[in-house]
Design a protein around this ligand. Structure first.
Ligand code: RAM
Length: 485
């Protein structure tokens, strides 16, 4: 791992203040015996620490109360059992505790930060001589988003207003000391998530320094050779995750460009350009002599989406071209003529390789990998990479194609539609997809949403899914930028 102390120091100086807010939930007068349970509803999604107020009725407590506490972002999580989960990421993400309460009445303050709306208390055991009373609970909610800075969203459409509000709430909850991916899981900084959060933030909370901080963090802790990692751990100190992803490293480039285009902060652009450029250089190892990205069956090598059936070769080619165009813009802004010329030639070469090597003229679609897989992701990224027009987006609707399962890929679908001038269709997709979550009761947007499969999870169980996930805050970006009055 490589550290750039100057960059990390800059990031440290940009550390935001966390705003706190106290929110309470009412308990119940009904006493609880062994096996009894009670669910507190805080009325909204919160991120913070919790204090529970407990009392008793009956004789003086002669044994501790043994309780199980479950914190849930969605109510349905409460009926899922961690014991039934046997997936490949750790069950330790499930927000559940067992505690013993020795002295009553009392206030139990839990140390961990939780992401939740509901708290369920279940009495695992208690003496028969007394019953437990849950008087209520308080949450000290935290976020670095400043509600006073939130721009209004102007529209006469009440449903769009609602979708935007859920998107802003999602972003708000994920804005902590960095742009976290999800406050339940993984509670850290990921490159792909950061890019989309930054876009939504520019249209809403406008905490540009938080984006700048995250850009410096990624540049301050890199993998060998200066490669930007897919994600960063924040504690006990900043450290790049040893997971690298082709697309997540490259997406540093457009994230830096978007930041510059929003803020005009040339100093940061100049200082971080070498980090961005390094990602373009390192990506070259993945191409063959013709300029076609080599396929790989290594899980995680390129993210694109959480559909586990997806082949990433074509998507990766499109993503590279998309990022190369961003690099070209930066090179032009900084008058870097040498790089500009190299980029132009490389873009043409790799665009040609995409058309020659991945386009299936008979189907009128891009195919990916040895099995020539057709997917939504491949078409979307070829459009975004400037390889083709919007026809592929129509044709793929009629094809048997690998579907999209995350709001992350849906974001790129909506952007691709906008890029080819299909504004109405883009709004329709946004309204149906994100609106679908709203209709299912979402007050923050989810990490995964497959309208055809409500139990979709790439992790082997929905109990570890995150239901307030940064990469799904797209409506706050699209609605405000393209669809406001
Ligand atoms: C999920 C994370 C994050 C994403 C990575 C690739 O596990 O929560 O959102 O960027 O996958």
């Amino acid at each position: 791992m490589e550290r750039n102390e100057t960059f990390l120091q800059k990031a440290e100086e940009l550390k935001p203040t966390l705003h706190t807010r106290r929110v309470s939930a009412l308990g119940s007068k009904t006493p609880l015996k062994k096996g009894g349970s009670l669910t507190l509803d805080f009325g909204e999604h919160l991120v913070g620490t919790v204090t529970i107020r407990l009392a008793f009725v009956g004789s003086h407590p002669d044994a501790p109360a043994w309780l199980r506490l479950k914190f849930a972002e969605r109510e349905q999580e409460l009926s899922e059992n961690v014991e039934d989960y046997h997936g490949w990421i750790s069950a330790s993400w499930v927000q559940q505790e067992q505690i013993h309460v020795d002295v009553l009445p009392c206030e139990v303050r839990l140390e961990r930060r939780y992401a939740f709306r509901y708290v369920q208390l279940e009495v695992l055991d208690i003496s028969g001589k007394y019953d437990l009373v849950v008087k209520g609970a308080d949450c000290e909610a935290v976020s670095s988003a400043d509600e006073a800075a939130l721009l209004p969203y102007e529209t006469e459409d009440a449903f769009l207003r609602q979708i935007d509000a859920v998107a802003c709430k999602t972003l708000h909850e994920c804005m902590q000391l960095v742009f976290e991916d999800g406050p339940k899981r993984d509670r850290r900084l990921w490159m792909g998530d950061l890019r989309l959060q930054a876009l939504a933030n520019y249209q809403s909370y406008r905490n540009h320094d938080l984006v700048k901080r995250c850009l410096y963090l990624f540049a301050g802790s890199t993998l060998p050779g200066g490669r930007v990692g897919a994600g960063l751990f924040l504690e006990p100190e900043i450290e790049v995750d040893d997971t690298a992803m082709f697309d997540y490293s490259l997406l540093y480039v457009p994230t830096l460009l978007d930041y510059y285009e929003t803020t005009g902060d040339r100093e940061t652009l100049t200082e971080l350009w070498p980090t961005a450029w390094r990602q373009i250089e390192l990506a070259q190892d993945h191409f063959d002599g013709r300029g076609l990205v080599r396929d790989s069956d290594v899980r995680g090598w390129c993210f694109v989406d959480w559909n586990l059936a997806l082949n990433k070769q074509a998507g990766a080619q499109g993503i590279y071209l998309y990022c190369l165009r961003a690099a070209e813009k930066i090179a032009e802004i900084l008058d870097d003529a040498e790089k500009s010329a190299w980029i132009k030639a490389d873009y043409e070469k790799k665009k040609r390789a995409a058309l020659d090597g991945l386009y299936d003229a008979a189907q009128g679609l891009f195919v990916s990998g040895a099995e020539k897989q057709v997917s939504w992701a491949s078409q979307i990224w070829m459009v975004l990479g400037g390889v083709c027009g919007g026809d592929v987006l129509h044709r793929v609707e009629k094809a048997e194609a690998v579907t999209m399962v995350t709001p992350y890929l849906y974001h790129h679908y909506v952007q691709a539609l906008l890029d080819v001038g299909e504004k109405e269709k883009a709004l329709q997709v946004l309204t149906e997809y994100w609106g679908g979550m709203v209709k299912e009761g979402a007050d923050t947007f989810w990490e995964l949403y497959d309208p055809a499969d409500p139990n979709a999870s790439p992790y082997g169980g929905t109990i570890v899914n995150s239901y307030c996930h940064a990469w799904s805050c797209a409506p706050a970006y699209f609605l405000r930028k393209y669809f406001s009055k």
